[in-house]
Ligand binder design. Structure first.
Ligand code: FAD
Length: 703
């Protein structure tokens, strides 16, 4: 048996001994860790005491909660009829009208036999029934915040060729396709919806999680299901002086690289920008002149040995098959010569948002990034309108030194001046990240997010955290009426039994001030950390001297003293979104969430107009450098939250802001005309993720 390795044929016996041309300092073992099997070795984290404690806590809570839940279920039914939670129990936005009731469909013969056909491709154990929601399939059928529906089947391909074959079978059977990653999307676009006129099949890409470096580690190839959490860990292990491209608030749930591209997901890194690449392998569906469905594979990977021109027509060989061979070798731990970018146009194309550092520092009335942006290869911001198989991403230099500060400001204007004058002063000296939280954010995270923060601190952001999240989702899918809220009720109830999840020096500042930034700064080799610190010192000194003279409140800050403090602050910020939901459920109130980008030169909180209902809490937290804001607004029962949310969206747009900024349109936001037109060109039949961004869900977009 032989396989092609970088254009050379190696025998199975020889390939084990082929040396990689990785940097010498990198352990040759790195291909093994690409499997993710060694991501958390017992040496790195000692769970021996912590895990049983964590499980005991969860199990005890669940038992208590079950008793509590059953006794409260009538009360809950009554309450839930008329309220909206930030997770889509009731449709809330511009283009939904969500309903979870499975429609009664008559299936065609082709559809009836489809699950069997899919099972022949991927194996029986990787095809699940999705017609009736249960705790086994709910993780695929219900969105993290919004949307739910049923599917004729859920299929999990294990190779790229299987994914392409499944796609062909699904469209040939007259079904629509729901490409899915980790299903952490917040806007309903990752799950089937019952309003669609054809049965849906979820193609979950999670099994395709292989990733490997190219170009001496300056880039990485990720199959669609590779999680960004695992990718970050692998890059750190293989190339300690490099970093991966994205860290999101959901990194602890390991969202996928492909979905990041499909949404243009952003996250915390100011220096790196949103997920973007013009180098990918992806599928489009169209019809040929004979009316047959055609799945076309577009290859812009730009890798030597994987270019379309490397394969002779009719040879049966192609990039999909060869990438499968590469991935299999990586999975099995074989060592191979590291591939290189080709010299073709694809090989020279962008594999990150290369100009972002400059753009983000411009002080204009444009926004830094938003989801409706139409630039780049079709895979970017395609929201499931193409099926992404693999992508190439740049890696980035890791800082040689890092410092992290919690900085508290007496007013938002000073906070904005700090952003302008200190953080965004020059593209070279940008901080690593700069996360803003207002007083209500601190209050709510501290009131409802302690348990989750501790869990992330203890379990890290790997498989174990994913398992716990999966458990929560499964519990929420259990067939008793209190199930959807039981975990949040318990987390809210027991929250104050545990101490604050971040060290005292930070939470004290959080309680004293209204505006806070958690800023991470790094040294990238030319003195930029010192320059940042000089600007920071000068800014604080100048401001505080004035304040002391006038008797006003000064800027205060505290620095992290250990890695565990850094983890604590990151975890505290990352649980903001789930903590808001826990808070609303715990307090028996309603809530809505909005994701928007404000102009680079703006940033004051949008003023609610005089007719607006008064919120109980207004939680604003943002990727401050990029001016991408997440606003979670809590209302008393009885308020028409849909009306309030629509009103708020208009206020943001009137300010020159754009919605959504990074969470994708999904079924929640209407996309502008040019974005819709772009998607319709990618998917003329409307078989891929129909109904997103306000597009009709009907075949060929029929009105
Ligand atoms: C607690 C929490 C915090 C979050 N914080 C952030 C944040 O800071 N920044 C941010 O940007 N987002 C954030 N999110 C949203 C979410 O995590 C991101 O959008 C993430 O990129 C989704 O990845 P996923 O693998 O879960 O994708 P999914 O939810 O499975 O899918 C997302 C979209 O991508 C499409 N898709 C998935 N895989 C493919 C594929 N292979 N081919 C084509 N289309 C595909 C789906 O059809 C869907 O439209 C957060 C979510 C949570 C729950």
């Amino acid at each position: 048996m032989s396989v092609l390795v970088s254009n050379r044929v190696l025998s199975a016996g020889r390939r084990r001994h082929t040396l990689m041309s990785v940097r010498r300092s990198v352990p040759a073992l790195y291909l093994k860790s690409a499997l993710g099997t060694s991501t958390f070795s017992p040496k790195e984290k000692d769970y021996s005491i912590r895990l049983p404690t964590a499980f005991a806590l969860v199990a005890g809570s669940l038992l208590g909660g079950y008793c509590l839940g059953t006794s409260h279920s009538n009360q809950w039914n009554e309450l839930n009829k008329n309220r909206e939670l930030p997770k889509g129990e009731r449709g809330c936005c511009s283009c939904d009208g969500a309903s979870a009731a499975a429609p009664r469909r008559e299936f065609t013969e082709a559809q009836r036999v489809l699950p069997e056909k899919l099972a022949k491709i991927v194996g029986k154990q990787h095809v699940h029934d999705g017609l009736v929601q249960s705790s086994k399939n709910i993780q695929f059928l219900k969105g993290a915040r919004l949307g739910e529906g049923s599917a004729l089947a859920i299929v999990q391909p294990g190779t790229l060729q299987e994914a392409v074959k499944c796609l062909q079978e699904v469209v040939d059977a007259g079904c629509v396709v729901l490409p899915q990653g980790s299903n952490t999307g917040l806007t309903g676009g990752s799950v089937p919806r019952n309003q669609v006129d054809r049965p849906a099949v979820v193609i979950s890409m999670k099994r395709l999680d292989t990733h490997f470096p190219i170009d001496d580690g300056n880039r990485v190839v990720c199959l669609a299901g590779c999680g960004i959490g695992k990718l970050a860990t692998s890059i750190q292990k293989w190339f300690p002086d490099r970093e991966s491209h994205s860290i999101l608030g959901s990194t602890f749930l390991n969202p996928t690289t492909a979905a990041g591209v499909a949404f243009g997901s952003g996250g915390v890194y100011v220096r790196k920008g949103p997920a973007r690449t013009d180098r990918a392998l992806y599928c489009k569906v169209s019809k040929n002149k004979w009316g047959e469905n055609v799945v076309t594979v577009v290859n812009t990977l730009g890798i030597e040995g994987l270019e379309d021109t490397d394969f002779q027509e009719g040879s049966g060989e192609n990039a999909v098959a060869r990438l499968d061979v590469y991935a299999k070798d990586v999975k099995q731990g074989y060592r191979r010569v590291m591939a290189k970018s080709s010299k073709s146009l694809h090989g020279l194309a962008k594999s990150s948002d290369v100009d972002y550092q400059n753009r983000v520092c411009e002080c204009t009335n444009e926004v830094s990034r938003f989801n409706a942006d139409t630039v780049g290869e079709d895979c970017n911001r395609s929201e499931g309108k193409v099926l992404i198989l693999a992508t190439v991403h740049d890696t980035f230099p890791a800082p040689s030194k890092k410092r992290m500060f919690w900085i508290s400001f007496p007013d938002i204007e000073t906070c904005l001046a700090f952003r302008r004058e200190v953080c965004l002063n020059s593209p070279e000296d940008l901080p690593i990240s700069c996360e803003y939280m207002d007083r209500d954010s601190i209050d709510i995270i501290d009131r409802s997010g302690r348990i989750l923060t501790y869990m992330i601190r203890i379990l890290g952001t790997g498989d174990m955290m994913g398992l716990m999240w999966g458990l929560k989702v499964a519990i929420e899918g259990l067939p008793f009426s209190f199930a959807p809220v039981i975990c949040d009720k318990l987390m809210h109830m027991f929250n104050n039994w545990v101490p604050s999840a971040i060290p005292n020096k930070f939470i004290q500042l959080g309680r004293e001030y209204d505006h806070h930034c958690v800023v991470a700064v790094g040294e990238f080799g030319d003195g930029n950390l010192d320059r940042f610190m000089d600007r920071f010192d000068a800014f604080v000194r100048k401001y505080n001297e004035k304040q002391i003279e006038s008797g006003g409140k000064v800027i205060s800050f505290a620095e992290t003293a250990s890695t565990s403090e850094v983890t604590a602050l990151n975890a505290f910020r990352f649980v903001a979104a789930p903590a808001f939901k826990t808070f609303c459920i715990g307090e028996d109130i309603q809530g809505v969430s909005v994701d928007y980008a404000l102009a680079k030169n703006g940033g004051l909180p949008p003023l609610l107009d005089k007719d607006a209902a008064t919120p109980l809490k207004r939680m604003r937290y943002s990727h401050f450098g990029c001016n991408v804001v997440h606003e979670d607004i809590a209302y008393a029962l009885g308020v028409d939250t849909h009306k309030e949310k629509m009103r708020f969206k208009h206020i943001v747009e009137d300010l020159g802001g754009k919605l959504p900024a990074e969470h994708g349109h999904g079924t929640e936001y209407h996309a502008p005309k040019e974005t819709q037109t772009r998607w319709m060109k990618m998917d003329p039949l409307n078989v891929m993720n129909p109904g997103i961004g306000g597009l009709p869900a009907t075949e060929k977009y029929a009105q």
